[in-house]
Design a protein around this ligand. Sequence first.
Ligand SMILES: [Cu+2]
Length: 105
Amino acid sequence: MKKIFIIFLFYSFTAFAAEKEFLVQIKNNRFEPSAIEVAANQRFKLIVENLDKTLEEFESVDLKKEKLVHSGKKIVIIIEPLKPGEYKFFGDFHQKTAQGKIIAR
Ligand SMILES: [Cu+2]
């Protein structure tokens, strides 16, 4: 029983460590980069850093995500494996300029 549990921990740790990370920065109410290419069918980590002095909210209807990003802070969003395609996201408080997309190939 104990052994099985340890093996499980090991596998969940390695799965976590293998996740790719992508950084998107919010600068002048825009996302930089505004397009990110990721591998389809593979879980990954999206890190959103707000370099602006204003509050922003990372939002994606396509990805069903919504999370506040305070000024000078970073958030981490786990994105479950995506089918090939484009997934739009935006900054809810600056929608005119803060637009971006994830391209899964
Ligand atoms: Cu919102």
